[in-house]
Structure formats: C-alpha cells, structure tokens
Design a protein around this ligand. Structure first.
Ligand code: IPE
Ligand code: IPE
Ligand code: MG
Length: 244
C-alpha cells in the first residue's frame, strides 16, 4: 500500500455527483417526472461552470445506472430522449468552455442513434483541458469491476501480478483520480452502485435539496465543507508527515 499525503484544507481534484431527486422535484410541482429530468439536465451546465471557476479539474455525474433500466419503459425512453436532446443543445457550448467528455459505462443496449451522438461528443472534445466531465451512463460499480476482471483474465495475467493499481487501471475511470468528494442530492444516504471501488476513501456530502434545486452556491458550499475535512486514509496525523 502506498502512503498518501494528508490533505486538510485543500480543494477537491475530483467531485462526483449523484444527481438524485428529479422525480420528486417534478411531483412537488404537479409536473410529470420527465419534466424533472429535463430540469435536472438543465442544471448540469451551471455546476460545470462553477467547477471550472473553482479550478476543479474532474467532475463526474451519475446520469443513468445499470439498475435504472428497471424503470417503466416510458421513463427510460424519456430519459434517453432527454439525453440526446441535451447533447444536441449543449455540446457546442460545453466544447467551447473546454470540457472534455468521458463516458463511464458501456453503450451496449443503448439506442444506436444516441450511442453515435455520445461517441461523437467524446471524439469532438477529446483534446479539451478545462475540465474532464465523466458521465456515468448505463453505469454500475459492480459492472465496472466485473468488466475489469474480465479484461484482466482475458490478458492471462498471473494472479500474483494483480494489484490495486492494475484493477484501477481496468476500470472505466482509468487515468482519472479517485473522487475526493461525493455529493448526493435528495436526502438519500447511499451510493446506489456508484463508483464503489473508487469511493473507498471519498468524503461524502449528502444534501436534502433535490437535484434541479442544487445550484452553484450549494456546490460551492459542498466544496468548502470538504475543505474542512480531515482525511486520514487509515493512518494518523504525525508531525507534518503521514504515519504508515
Ligand atoms: C435522478 O432522479 C435521475 C435518475 C435516476 C435517472 P430520480 O428519477 O431518481 O428522482 P427521484 O429519486 O424519483 O425523486
Ligand atoms: C441513482 O439514483 C442513479 C442516478 C442518480 C442516475 P436512483 O434514484 O436510481 O437510486 P435509488 O434507486 O434511489 O437507490
Ligand atoms: Mg432517485
């Protein structure tokens, strides 16, 4: 195990958000659930801008889980349509702002027109450097690990050569630092199969606000709250040094 540096009052390098509560937001307004998903996707831009303004290089958003396929087909279809419309509407601006899009998950089972839009967006933004926006779409933490194990086994790697780093290098997040801070809106206190490997030492910030109501000020508040956390990684604070 490598020794990690203690961080006390630092900005997170990677913030990951479980964007939850769109349905309840709509219900509270007497609107259909899809109106909530529409409002939720509309909120992404504000948070991306705030992350760039705060100098956070990696932002990850949980958009659709492997379990979300269990929802009624009208809702799944609606979510896919909203995702496609979102790319049509917002991609140009995201690109202009220097956002590099990255997919966590697979496009297996995703409608081919939408899959093509997503692939095009990734290719278009591949060289951008302001912020890496990873979109967990058709993503599950367990599926992520299963996929990594399959790749490792397919390469015929010796069991004794398997390490933390090797597994991490086969996850969808390969090359992206582990999330420092995981934010979940809507008051739920669970991971729901999000980044279960990567979140081993993440800090958590749960807020009762519903995702469409979680704006830049609230994001800033979450980041500032993170700055006061003391991360120990199982060690303890020494005299300016991490004790193993
Ligand atoms: C989050 O909002 C978006 C997705 C899971 C796709 P929900 O649809 O889960 O909203 P609630 O939790 O029902 O309010
Ligand atoms: C998690 O939210 C998935 C996304 C935000 C995309 P859910 O609403 O699906 O999670 P559960 O069902 O409440 O655990
Ligand atoms: Mg939910």
């Amino acid at each position: 195990m490598t020794v990690q540096q203690l961080e006390t009052t630092v900005a997170p390098r990677h913030v990951a958000i479980i964007m939850d509560g769109n349905g309840r937001w709509a219900q509270g307004r007497g609107l259909p659930r899809l109106a909530g998903h529409h409002a939720g996707t509309g909120n992404i831009k504000r948070i991306v801008r705030e992350a760039i303004a705060l100098g956070i290089p990696y932002l990850t958003i949980y958009a659709f889980s492997t379990e979300n396929w269990k929802r009624p087909s009208w809702e799944v279809r609606g979510l896919m349509r909203i995702m496609a419309e979102y790319l049509d509407r917002e991609l140009r601006e995201l690109h202009a702002e220097g956002v590099r899009l990255h997919l966590l998950g697979t496009l297996d089972g995703v409608d081919s027109a939408l899959a093509k839009k997503i692939q095009n967006a990734i290719t278009l933004t591949a060289n951008n450097t302001a912020l890496t926006l990873s979109v967990a779409f058709n993503y599950g933490g367990r599926a992520d690990i299963v996929n990594a194990v399959r790749e490792i086994v397919a390469k015929g790697i010796n069991p004794e050569d398997i390490s933390d780093e090797m597994i991490a290098g086969h996850l969808y997040t390969s090359g992206i630092p582990d999330p420092d801070l995981i934010v979940r809106t809507s008051g739920e206190q669970r991971l729901s199969n999000f980044l279960i490997w990567q979140a081993a030492y993440s800090e958590y910030y749960m807020t009762p606000l519903l995702w469409p109501d979680f704006g830049p000020d609230q994001f800033r508040e979450a980041v500032s709250n993170f700055g006061n956390r003391e991360r120990r990684y199982g060690g303890r604070i020494g005299e300016g040094e991490m004790v193993k």
